[in-house]
Unconditional design. Structure first.
Length: 119
């Protein structure tokens, strides 16, 4: 099993930046695709971006050019750098992991960290 712990959320003004971190334990993340997803109040959970085990990254159109995912397999860490934040980015952010064998669903989830962007 993989345990995930997300951190780094908080209150920030529009236009500001935050860096979220996801610490993994139990297994090395090198064989896992690591995703970030978010859920805004009253809305369904949505995809933010993913860091593939091979190093590729993909982002939702809504965050492309503003958010960057990075990973450090040696430290078992994944990061989400969020710049130019907007009030609509307010949500609970989750990191998640899925084994890199083509499966569609995530196997493991972190507990979420709240990001609040004030206008």
């Amino acid at each position: 099993h993989v345990q995930l712990q997300a951190s780094g959320g908080g209150l920030v003004q529009a236009g500001g930046s935050l860096r979220l971190a996801c610490a993994a334990s139990g297994r090395t993340i090198s064989n896992y695709h690591m995703g970030w997803l978010r859920q805004a109040p009253g809305k369904e959970r949505e995809f933010v971006g993913i860091s593939g085990s091979g190093g590729n990254t993909y982002y939702a159109d809504s965050v492309k050019g503003r958010f960057t995912i990075s990973r450090d397999n040696a430290k078992n860490m994944v990061y989400l750098q969020m710049n130019s934040l907007r009030p609509e980015d307010t949500a609970v952010y989750y990191c998640a992991a899925k084994y890199s064998d083509g499966r569609s669903k995530y196997d493991y989830w972190g507990q979420g960290t709240l990001v609040t962007v004030s206008s």
